[in-house]
Design a protein around this ligand. Structure first.
Ligand SMILES: CC(C)(COP(=O)(O)OP(=O)(O)OC[C@H]1O[C@@H](n2cnc3c(N)ncnc32)[C@H](O)[C@@H]1OP(=O)(O)O)[C@@H](O)C(=O)NCCC(=O)NCCS
Length: 203
């Protein structure tokens, strides 16, 4: 017990511990708080406080989207945009990058220029936990991305996608047509979408 107390006091009075705390605060400032203020967000966006953001001025998030904990939204330093559609749902630790280093031999990768390409995530897309989306990819509206997928190429709307590299493994079915409701004035008010569309196998 006494030894634990001594260890605790040593930590509390060690200036390196406080210096580290300062570094953490600074890190949270430049990687989470300040770039977040530059993101363009629609109404009702929910984003975990530990989402890591780069170049927030090149990120747009549609209304009602939900960005889970420890996600990474890294837009390009100069050009690469990240555009996230309405009601997109990100599980934890999704990683999106809008740039790649060049990989010519003979020069360290970190000294080579980056190639930036826009990333677009459609509306009503569900990205499962630890999905990785690489630069230049478009994920069509309504896609379901399985946990752990690495998306290297664009995928069409309503696909169910899984694996490394990610492949289309199925399609969401069209929402079933509900009986057409008739408005109080007697006019047709349009079909209601089923809340949970099912899935079908690819042709
Ligand atoms: C993609 C997902 C929605 C599919 O669910 P489902 O419709 O119940 O699919 P099934 O479990 O029947 O699996 C269908 C096939 O896909 C495969 N599959 C499912 N999830 C997979 C994954 N993450 N990676 C690779 N393959 C996967 C299954 O092995 C199965 O293959 P098989 O037909 O050869 O056996 C689900 O697997 C998933 O990844 N959900 C994400 C969960 C998550 O990240 N939650 C975080 C909170 S938001």
């Amino acid at each position: 017990m006494a030894q634990r107390l001594v260890r605790a006091l040593r930590s509390v009075f060690d200036v390196r511990v406080w210096a580290h705390l300062f570094r953490l605060v600074h890190f949270y400032g430049y990687s989470h708080v300040l770039p977040r203020a530059r993101v363009t967000m629609g109404q009702g966006v929910r984003m975990a406080p530990n989402v890591s953001i780069r170049n927030g001025e090149r990120i747009t998030i549609g209304a009602g989207a939900h960005i889970g904990e420890r996600c990474y939204l890294w837009a390009g330093d100069d050009l690469g945009q990240i555009d996230i559609g309405e009601k997109a749902l990100f599980g934890p630790e999704v990683f999106i990058t809008a740039s790649n280093y060049m990989i010519k031999p003979g020069t360290p990768v970190m000294d080579q220029p980056k190639i930036e390409k826009d990333v677009r995530i459609g509306r009503d897309v569900w990205l499962g936990a630890r999905t990785v989306v690489l630069a230049g990819v478009t994920v069509g509206d309504g896609c379901i991305i399985a946990a752990g997928a690495v998306i290297t190429r664009s995928v069409p709307p309503n696909s169910i996608v899984a694996g490394v590299p990610a492949r289309v493994i199925g399609m969401r079915t069209e929402p079933e047509e509900a009986p057409t409701p008739v408005g109080v004035s007697g006019t047709v008010s349009g079909p209601a979408a089923s809340p949970e569309p099912g899935r079908e196998q690819p042709a």
